[in-house]
Design a protein around this ligand. Structure first.
Ligand SMILES: Nc1ncnc2c1ncn2[C@@H]1O[C@H](COP(=O)(O)OP(=O)(O)OP(=O)(O)O)[C@@H](O)[C@H]1O
Length: 713
């Protein structure tokens, strides 16, 4: 694999390679000429006292020395250029490869894994390529030429040297697998370490607020300690790979000196020949050591290459081969008989037929996990269906140029990523050549122009740390302006306003509603109050369309939409959304409060306390004591079960109007699962201590809760 990489690198830069090869040749000629010169210096000039011969030998050596310096400097420059070129080439190839990837790739390779590929594996490979090509080429050629010269001078001695040279390569054979295994372990921990740094940066608020600094530090230090310990072993093994050949060289030199001296005593070698032989041998020995010294780099590069190939061989899920342009769409987009799975064999969508007319405002709703976001991913070609087709005006989007599809659509996600740069730069991302007028027009349409103008630096205000210096609403409106700047025919929204506080959410939704007069809006949302404003609603359940039509019509059907709607009613939010209360009537729809008289429900509703949580917060862990019941006024949480072997898996996602932890109202049974927030949440909690006196008065509540408990068990 490394050899192929070296050949490919050589092919990519013939000019620099030729310069380096030329430098190597001159260096070799100089090395051997200097060594051999002793034979002539001693036998032809010094011993016969021939001044002319002395002048010729010294003159040739000086001339060659000068030439060697000039070619050496040129060759160093060529190596530096090749070095930079290789580094740039590998890094840009990896980046291009990443850009072709979608969710499966990014689920498999985390930020830390990829960072290590860029900053450890690629430099490791590039270093080995240059070592092999620069030092390696010089050493191998030098050994070949040197051995040829030595054979012509004294073949028996040379044969002995050749056999003895095995000593130089023994350590490589002995330590190779140990070095490879240590490199592998080291890089695994390095990936982990990079991942932890990333996590610390992204979640620094949660870490601070939950006083997790100690545990995070312990984790990082644990990883660093392992890395240090593996690093020491690795350095030691690699140092031995370097040092042991030196020992071999010393033993070999002693043998050559002893046997060479014996031949000189015996008169079979002249003094000049013996000294020249020794110098040539020293050069060969150094070159052999040079080869042995490269081997640790080669070993390390083997691991680096394997890791890089693991990433580079990951085939993109979506191939962009379509040749024709997608004409301006105006009629409808469809999913025709679509089947799709994230994990082979676990179908998320099965023979799904869905059609969205290209006018007005369409909402896609449904219980969590019903496939809403998946539908959006397929419509935007973040993934391709296993079966069936996604059509825009009857054109299969696999067959059209991806860029021509993208030019007609815009999207705003729940977490719109803002980049480091000015607000203007963030808006023009999708259309870098946009004029100031166009940028302002998009910002006006997103109703953020005045706000931006009010900033001291206006459109040049710097967006820091993914938008930390802006409010959630401002970030979403900038993301909206970014999407609108491309004048899309269709604007897709993926829970675009769900994470905003209620007032901001309402105001951004008003903006979106007004946009639906001039473009098609397709919104995936779990918040039905805003879906109700759309022209048509498509209800998904378990990957199938179960209902569709306008809000009133769906309510009349008394089906899934009606049930979902009812569940989200009965919460009264304070201005700004910092607090909420549940209406007594809403409590009646909970199975364990059915049949309770109005007065008692009123009392119970007073006992709830509103609590706000950021995304990613653990409300409680499995096995924690159960003391509180929760109602979700707004937000989304995931329920996670941990098996005895420590494997955590998501068993459900709950959203607005759902409840969890009701067993805690009755008795302190350890929690059967953990609950973690997926977005900012406003929860209403009711503790058993507060509730207990009421339950004593109403036996029906206890009976209903006992029935629930029985069912769970
Ligand atoms: N990247 C993924 N890998 C594996 N399974 C996934 C992945 N993304 C989604 N799923 C699964 O696919 C199913 C549909 O998920 P999807 O996100 O489309 O649902 P949704 O209706 O948008 O849910 P939510 O309202 O919770 O966002 C779920 O069972 C989910 O667990």
């Amino acid at each position: 694999m490394l050899w192929k990489t070296i050949v490919a690198s050589v092919r990519s830069s013939p000019f620099f390679i030729s310069v380096i090869v030329f430098g190597v040749l001159i260096d070799l000629v100089f090395r051997y000429l200097s060594s051999l010169s002793y034979k002539y210096l001693i036998d032809k000039a010094l011993l016969p006292r021939d001044l002319e011969a002395l002048a010729i030998v010294i003159g040739v050596l000086v001339a060659m020395g000068l030439l060697n310096v000039i070619t050496g400097v040129t060759s160093d420059y060529a190596k530096a250029r090749l070095d930079a070129q290789l580094l740039m080439g590998y890094r840009s190839a990896l980046f291009r490869h990443m850009q072709a990837q979608t969710h499966r790739f990014y689920e498999r390779f985390q930020f830390g894994d990829l960072l290590a590929r860029y900053f450890d594996d690629i430099p490791g490979i590039q270093h080995a390529v240059l070592q092999v090509f620069g030092g390696g080429l010089l050493s191998i050629t030098s050994v070949a030429i040197g051995l040829g010269i030595l054979f012509t001078m004294e073949w028996k001695l040379t044969l002995l040297a050749l056999i003895g040279s095995i000593l130089l390569f023994l350590p490589y054979r002995m330590l190779k697998s140990r070095s490879l295994a240590l490199a592998d372990t080291y890089y695994t921990h390095l990936d982990q370490f990079n991942g932890l740094i990333d996590e610390n940066m992204k979640a620094y608020r949660v870490i601070r607020v939950f006083d997790m600094r100690h545990s995070m530090l312990a984790k990082v230090e644990g990883t660093l300690r392992t890395m240090a310990s593996v690093g020491v072993k690795r350095s030691f093994v690699d140092a031995n790979l370097n040092r042991l050949p030196l020992l071999g060289i010393s033993i070999l030199t002693a043998i050559i000196l002893a046997y060479g001296s014996y031949l000189t005593f015996d008169g079979r070698l002249s003094v000049g020949e013996f000294i020249a032989y020794n110098f040539v041998f020293a050069t060969v020995g150094n070159s052999m050591y040079g080869i042995a010294a490269i081997l640790p780099y080669v070993l390390s590069a083997k691991t680096n290459l394997q890791r890089l190939h693991e990433v580079m061989e990951w085939k993109p899920d979506v191939t962009e081969q379509g040749a024709k342009d997608l004409p301006a769409v105006h009629s409808q987009i469809e999913l025709c008989d679509v089947t799709f799975a994230y994990v082979p064999g676990e179908l998320v969508l099965q023979h799904l037929d869905l059609s969205i007319p290209l006018s007005g405002y369409t909402s896609i709703v449904g219980p969590s996990g019903s496939g809403k976001s998946t539908v959006l991913q397929l419509l935007l070609r973040f993934a391709d269906p296993e079966d069936g087709a996604v059509m825009y005006d009857g054109q299969n989007i696999r067959e059209v140029q991806y860029a021509s599809l993208l030019s007609q659509v815009g999207i705003v996600f729940q977490d719109s990523i803002l980049f480091l740069g000015s607000i203007r730069e963030n808006i023009v991302i999708g259309k870098p050549d946009a004029t100031d007028e166009e940028v302002e027009e998009a910002a006006r349409a997103a109703e953020i122009h005045e706000t931006i103008e009010a900033f001291q630096e206006g459109y040049q205000t710097l967006v820091r740390n993914h938008g930390d210096n802006l409010s959630g609403g401002q970030r979403q409106r900038i993301a909206l302006a970014r999407a609108l700047l491309r004048r899309p025919h269709i604007l897709f929204l993926d829970e675009a306003t769900s994470a905003l506080d209620p007032d901001t959410e309402q105001s951004v939704n008003k903006t979106i509603l007004s946009l639906s007069r001039s473009m098609t809006i397709v919104s995936v949302t779990h918040r039905l109050a805003y879906a109700a404003m759309s022209d048509r609603i498509i209800v998904l359940d378990k990957g199938k369309v179960t209902e569709s039509g306008p809000h009133e019509q769906l309510l009349e059907q008394h089906g899934l939409y009606h049930r979902m709607w009812e569940k989200q009613q009965g919460f009264v939010l304070s201005r700004g959304g910092g607090s909420a209360r549940v209406q007594a009537e809403r409590l009646r729809s909970l199975p364990f409060f059915q049949g309770i008289e109005q007065g008692a429900l009123e009392q119970i509703s007073q006992l709830f306390i509103a609590e706000k949580f950021e995304a990613g917060i653990t409300i409680f862990e499995q096995d924690d004591p159960g003391e509180t019941f929760y109602l979700i006024a707004r937000g989304k949480v995931e329920i996670i079960k941990t098996t005895d072997s420590g494997i955590r898996s998501r068993v459900a996602v709950l959203a607005d109007g759902d409840h969890f932890g009701e067993i805690a109202l009755m008795q302190n049974i350890p929690r059967t699962a953990s609950v973690v927030t997926l977005m900012p949440c406003l929860l209403l909690s009711l503790s058993r201590d507060h509730f207990h006196p009421l339950m004593m008065s109403y036996s029906s509540i206890r009976e209903a809760l006992e029935a629930t408990l029985k069912m769970r068990v």
